[in-house]
Write a protein that binds this ligand. Structure first.
Ligand code: HMG
Ligand code: MG
Length: 300
């Protein structure tokens, strides 16, 4: 079996992970987490989101996070921008890379960002065109590509035209989300077979939540199909406040353990990521879901 020799990981813990915590985390702890991940070699880190503060209170300190971030030429720091106002706030606070987001399910999109899919695409078109004019790098997410917490299974054919619109608008990278962690490898294969007929493999990233334990199996399917970009979150933190029941992303430690064991390079130091997560676990006062981290604690 042929696998990519190198994989690029987008670390989403500080955003996807921390947005879902019930207790407020102070900005200093968030910054320490982000800087520790950068020091571990994470080259793409989603740091925060400029969404409506009442929609996701954990991200209300986005401006403070961005203004106190140590810039590092080796790291692309990405912030989530849901609309024009989000982009303006991101630019004011020095963002050089943003992520826009929509979904393949109408109901989820409506609950998440109060817009139909079409309205959100029109909104994204404006945001993206302004961002690109300012030389800002843009990632575009499509959530609920496999299943929706409200509508159930999603037909993969629904994802294709949305991907097309986002890539036509000029997105540098498209992240295909299994927001509620329901996909199985055959579904991943079916969707990728469709997408790869039309879109360059270098622009596609996979974003798996691990609610039902199929996350790494889904990554393996992606690897077998040549995909070399994956999202994960340190410690396995995460979830979306508008996707009830969804648990964290695949844990960066578990992903690194698997990839490095398979001889695939990532440029990331697993021990240092684990250290960052263990420190955060102390701040949160609980054990994090990463299986790799748990073996460290049991010294198995
Ligand atoms: P809305 O209420 O429809 O917005 O929310 P609005 O335009 O009607 O404005 C209402 C008020 O919000 C106004 O203030 C605006 O100024 C303010 P007022 O005049 O009443 O004082 N407002 C803002 N304030 C700060 N920053 C902004 C902003 N926008 C409006 N950017 C909106 C629509 C999209 C803003 C809201 O629904 C929202 O912020 N949603 C974000 C939800 C979210 O963050 N979800 C989690 C991230 S997505 C995810 O996790 C999935 C992903 O991981 C992939 C996967 O797993 O599938 C990416
Ligand atoms: Mg997510």
């Amino acid at each position: 079996m042929q696998y990519p020799k190198k994989v690029e990981i987008s670390e989403v813990g500080p955003r996807d992970g921390l947005q879902n915590e019930s207790a407020l985390i102070n900005t200093k702890d968030k910054l320490a987490f982000i800087h520790a991940l950068a020091d571990a070699g994470c080259a793409q880190i989603e740091t925060t989101s400029f969404v409506k503060p009442s929609a996701v209170p954990q991200m209300a300190d986005a401006a403070d996070v961005m203004s106190q971030l140590k810039q590092d030429a080796a790291v692309r720091y990405i912030v989530l921008t849901p609309n024009q106002k989000g982009l303006e706030r991101a630019i004011e606070n020095g963002a050089k890379a943003v992520a826009v987001f929509t979904a393949a399910s109408q109901t989820f999109n409506q609950k998440n960002i109060n817009a139909t899919i079409e309205e959100s695409l029109q909104n994204i078109e404006q945001v993206m065109s302004q961002a690109l004019q300012k030389n800002i790098w843009v990632r575009a997410y499509i959530s609920t590509c496999f299943a929706c917490p409200y509508e159930g299974e999603i037909d993969p054919q629904k994802v294709v035209p949305i991907a097309q619109r986002l890539l036509d608008m000029g997105a540098h990278e498209l992240s295909i989300g299994d927001t509620i962690g329901r996909a199985t490898p055959n579904q991943v294969e079916a969707l990728l077979s469709l997408l790869l007929q039309f879109y360059p493999i270098d622009q596609i990233a996979l974003h798996f939540h691990d609610t039902r334990g199929t996350g790494l199996a889904n990554v393996l399917t992606g690897l077998q199909m040549g995909i070399h970009k994956y999202d994960s979150s340190a410690g396995g933190l995460g979830g979306c406040p508008y996707a009830p029941g969804a648990s964290g992303n695949i844990a960066t430690e578990d992903l690194l353990y698997m990839l490095h064991g398979m001889g695939i390079e990532t440029g990331i130091d697993l021990d240092k990521v684990a250290e960052a997560s263990l420190h955060l676990a102390k701040v949160l006062g609980r054990t994090l879901p990463s299986r790799y981290l748990q073996t460290l604690q049991s010294s198995c």
